[in-house]
Design a protein around this ligand. Structure first.
Ligand SMILES: Cc1ncc(COP(=O)(O)O)c(C=O)c1O
Length: 377
């Protein structure tokens, strides 16, 4: 056997030994359900928080080119105008995914005199982007504003960038955006916010976490996904004109890749124009019904949002918990290292507007049985 293949197999065995092996499951999504191997489960791990993703679309011709060549369909102009308005910013730029928005925008905004301050629980795409940028990097303790301020004060002479999520993707907690934005103003630091999970789901008209905290004007760059709250596909950044202009000129994941197909751009455009208030209300109602139900059972739930992690710690036990939920027709995926730190494995449950009261009630009864079986409360 070639040495490389042998080492690949050894690495796979090691991943399995640590209970960190991932296997793809194939499923068909239909409203609140997912069918896997002919088994119909209620989907408690979708990011289609508002339940908007089911519209039938007609695919138009794909542009098959990057946006700076011949892929810049006129629909981009309309969507970017709407996205800039949505975030009260001057301009917006659509990327093929939210991952690519981080990977492109963050390095584009950095020069050799920049230092980035990044929350330790920031999403993988932010971590990769920071590494890729080549900037100096200081990771501050999760949501710890004292640690952030202390670290910033040590680096007065640099261009400073603070990066945080709005709602953390694996913990479901809000960032302390009010305090962080104050620090950013006080220390003349640029504030970049990845609001992939708060965008369209919280704040007035789904304007996101900064609107929820009343600090919209204090965020310099927003990054988000169109694939979650909006139930569409793609990613974007919004900011002032010079920031977006620099991204067009420097963001490599924007320049050197094919444009998002225009039918996906049009899908986002139609969703952003639609009134989503009913779905946002339902999401809030479902979230409060589900999390208070879990608390009543005795689960220690700290999240105040639609992302509700049930933290187990041990990887093997979390897999067994997930298996039990699966057998009982509740689909909630175990999340393990490296998505979350080692020994903090969890079931990441997400609530959507798709769910009806009966789905939530029957899921809660399975969570109640699981609590007893796995001694979770
Ligand atoms: C905080 C955060 N940023 C960015 C992304 C990437 O977004 P997309 O799925 O559009 O690539 C995710 C996806 O889970 C995320 O959680």
């Amino acid at each position: 056997m070639k040495q490389t293949l042998e080492s690949i197999q050894n690495r796979l065995s090691e991943i399995k030994r640590q209970n960190l092996y991932r296997r793809l499951k194939y499923g068909k999504i239909n409203g609140p359900y997912i069918t896997i191997n002919s088994k119909k489960l209620v989907n408690f791990c979708s990011n289609d928080y508002l339940g908007l993703s089911s519209t039938k679309i007609t695919a138009s011709q794909s542009q098959s080119s990057s946006r700076l060549v011949s892929g810049n369909d006129t629909s981009f102009m309309k969507l970017e105008k709407k996205l800039a308005e949505h975030k009260s910013q001057e301009a917006a730029l659509v990327f093929p995914t939210g991952y690519m928005a981080n990977l492109g925008a963050i390095p584009a905004l950095v020069d050799k005199n920049t230092i980035i301050f990044s929350d330790e629980l920031n999403h993988a795409s932010i971590i990769e982007a920071c590494k890729l940028s080549g900037a100096k990097l200081q990771v501050y303790r999760h949501n710890d504003v004292d640690d952030l301020e202390k670290k910033i004060k040590k680096f007065k002479a640099y261009n400073k960038l603070i990066i945080t999520e709005g709602i953390f993707s694996m913990d479901g907690d809000y960032s302390k955006l009010r305090e962080i934005s104050e620090i950013s103003q006080k220390t003349d630091s640029f504030l970049i916010l990845d609001d992939a999970h708060g965008d369209f789901t919280v704040g007035k008209d789904g304007k996101g976490t900064p609107n929820h905290f009343g600090v919209e004007k204090k965020v310099d760059v927003y990054i988000s996904s169109l694939s979650k709250g909006l139930g569409s596909f793609g990613g974007y950044a919004t900011a002032s004109n010079p920031v977006v202009d620099l991204c067009i000129n420097k963001a490599r994941s924007f320049i050197y890749t094919s444009a998002l197909p225009s039918f996906l751009v049009e899908m986002s455009l139609s969703r952003i124009k639609q009134n989503r208030a009913k779905q946002q209300k339902k999401l809030e109602k479902n979230t409060s019904m589900f999390s208070s139900g879990l608390k009543q059972i005795g689960y220690d739930i700290k999240s105040q949002t639609h992302i509700i992690p049930i933290i187990i710690g041990n990887e093997k036990k979390t897999l067994e918990f997930g298996r039990f939920m699966y057998e009982n027709k509740v689909f909630a995926q175990p999340i393990r290292y490296p998505t979350v730190p080692k020994n903090s494995a969890r079931l990441r449950v997400s609530v959507t507007a798709w769910l009806e009261k009966s789905h939530i009630e029957s899921a809660l009864s399975v969570f109640e049985r699981a609590a007893e079986k796995f001694k979770l409360v």
